[in-house]
Design a protein around this ligand. Structure first.
Ligand code: SAM
Length: 270
C-alpha cells in the first residue's frame, strides 16, 4: 500500500506541474495572439504612409518577367500580411497567400477576393501544390528567428516551387546594417483615429528583439499597447547558404532599381 502511494504521489505532482505549465503556456500564447491582433488591426494605417504597394508589386512583377524561364502563372505570397501586394499581383497571376496571423488573413481575404488564403506558418506549411513564383516580402522571413528555421523555411519554399520556379525574398535587415539604439516612429491620423507607433530594439548574439509601443486615440480614449517581435540576426551570406543548402542552383541578391526603403531582393531559381 505504502509503496503504491510512493509511486502515485510523484506522478500526481508531475501532473499538477504539467497542468500549471500548460495554463501558463496558454496564457502566454493568448497574450501573443492579442498583441498580434493589434499588429493586424493597425497594419494598413501604419504602412500606407511609408509604402507604395502598387509600385512595389510592379517592380516584383518586372523582376519575375526578367528572371522566369517560361511565363509564370501561379504565385504564392508567404507572410502576405493584409494582402497589399496581392491586391496588385492578383491582376496578372493566379494568387495564393499564407500568413501565420489569422487576423491578417481575414483582412486580406476581404481585400483580395480573387486570391486564395490559408493561415499557416512559413516554416512548415504544406499546401500540396507547387507554384511558378513564391514571394516573401517586406522582411516577413525575419520572423523565423533562427538560422535553422531559415533553412527549414527556404527548403519548404523549394518543395513548393514548380520546376524552374522562382523564389523572391526581401530579407530582414542584415546584422551589419542594424543600428543600435534606433528609435522608429510611425504616425497616422484621420477623422476616426490618432495613432503613433514607436519602436526600439535590443540585439543579442542570435536575435534582434523589437519592442513596439502603440498609442491609439479613438472613441474619446487613449490606449497603450505593446508588442515584441523577435527577429532573425543574419547576414547576406546566411541567406545564400540557406538557398544553396535547400537545393537552389542560382541565387542573386539585387539592390538596384527597387523601391525606397527596400531591403534588397534575393532571386533564387530551382
Ligand atoms: C512585416 S509583415 C509583411 C507583410 C506583407 N508581406 C507586406 O509586405 O506588407 C510580416 C508578416 O509576416 C507574418 N509572419 C510572421 N511569422 C510568420 C510565419 N512563421 N509564417 C507566416 N507568416 C508569418 C506576420 O504575421 C506578418 O503579416
Amino acid at each position: 500500500m505504502f509503496q503504491k502511494l510512493e509511486r502515485i504521489v510523484p506522478r500526481a505532482r508531475f501532473a499538477l506541474f504539467l497542468r500549471k505549465s500548460n495554463k501558463l503556456e496558454n496564457k502566454i500564447w493568448f497574450m501573443a495572439q492579442e498583441d498580434f491582433r493589434i499588429y493586424a488591426k493597425y497594419y494598413d494605417q501604419i504602412y500606407s504612409h511609408m509604402k507604395n504597394y502598387e509600385k512595389e508589386a510592379k517592380i516584383v512583377e518586372n523582376t519575375i518577367r526578367k528572371f522566369e524561364s517560361e511565363k509564370s502563372k501561379t504565385l504564392l505570397d508567404v507572410g502576405c500580411g493584409t494582402g497589399e501586394h496581392l491586391k496588385y499581383l492578383s491582376l496578372n497571376f493566379k494568387c495564393t497567400g499564407i500568413d501565420i496571423n489569422r487576423n491578417m488573413i481575414k483582412i486580406a481575404r476581404d481585400k483580395v477576393p480573387n486570391a486564395r488564403f490559408n493561415v499557416a506558418s512559413m516554416i512548415d506549411f504544406k499546401l500540396g501544390e507547387r507554384f511558378d513564383v513564391i514571394t516573401c516580402l517586406f522582411s516577413a522571413i525575419g520572423h523565423v528567428q533562427t538560422f535553422d528555421n531559415l533553412v527549414r523555411t527556404i527548403s519548404n519554399f523549394y518543395g513548393h516551387s514548380a520546376e524552374k520556379g522562382l523564389v523572391i525574398v526581401e530579407p530582414w535587415i542584415f546584422k551589419k546594417d542594424f543600428i543600435k539604439g534606433h528609435i522608429g516612429l510611425n504616425i497616422h491620423e484621420d477623422e476616426n483615429i490618432k495613432l503613433a507607433r514607436m519602436s526600439t530594439s535590443k540585439m543579442t548574439e542570435s536575435k534582434r528583439i523589437i519592442y513596439m509601443h502603440y498609442l491609439v486615440g479613438e472613441k474619446g480614449e487613449v490606449k497603450h499597447f505593446t508588442e515584441i517581435h523577435e527577429m532573425l540576426a543574419s547576414d547576406c551570406k546566411d541567406y545564400v547558404e540557406a538557398f544553396k543548402s535547400a537545393g537552389f542552383t542560382k541565387v542573386e541578391y539585387l539592390t538596384d532599381d527597387l523601391w525606397d526603403g527596400s531591403r534588397g531582393l534575393f532571386i533564387a531559381k530551382k
